[in-house]
Design a protein. Sequence first.
Length: 209
Amino acid sequence: MTISYPIRVRTLAGLLAMLFVSGCATTSRPVDFYTLSPAAVSGAQGAAANCRDVVISIGPVVWPGYIDRPQIVTRLSPNRISFDEFHRWAGPLEEDFQRVLIEDLSGLLQTDYVVKYPGKLGYNSRYRVLIHVDQFDGKPGDAVTLKVSWSVVDQSGDKEPGLHESLIRVAATGEGYEAMVAAASEAVAELSRQIAVELSPRCAVPPGK
């Protein structure tokens, strides 16, 4: 049996229409992009001002492979995670994390000399903060967990490195991804507070003492 030309044309047109509708359905969902934000922090007079003239470098930051991707990671259970294709970081999360940590520390320590390592001033810093991120994820409507090992290294070699572990959990104040990212920003701010507490008394001691 042969199929007449008009029927073939109608069949082909129907298939093309279905493909067009299918393509529209898959591309009509917009992707939302997010960034971490620095906290509105400022150091008090006195102890925080100890580091005002001290160059402090942040880095390198060692980053776990499972979050080294543009998609925001959602923790579904202790052993299960998911990657959301429609909610993504606007840039590399490692760079965003380091940028916000530097801004938060600058506010807490009242200094413009908290810098990225390696960088223009990073090699001339008195103290360097080494960071190893083990976990940085969460769940919308729940909380964000930041687990970090970090140390403060005296570049002059006068003091032993201070070794620390921080486990920070911040509850989200809303149900969506924007609230989750805000909680992630607060987790970075809390880490910066803990680092500032370690740095401030160290800055008060003159080099070589």
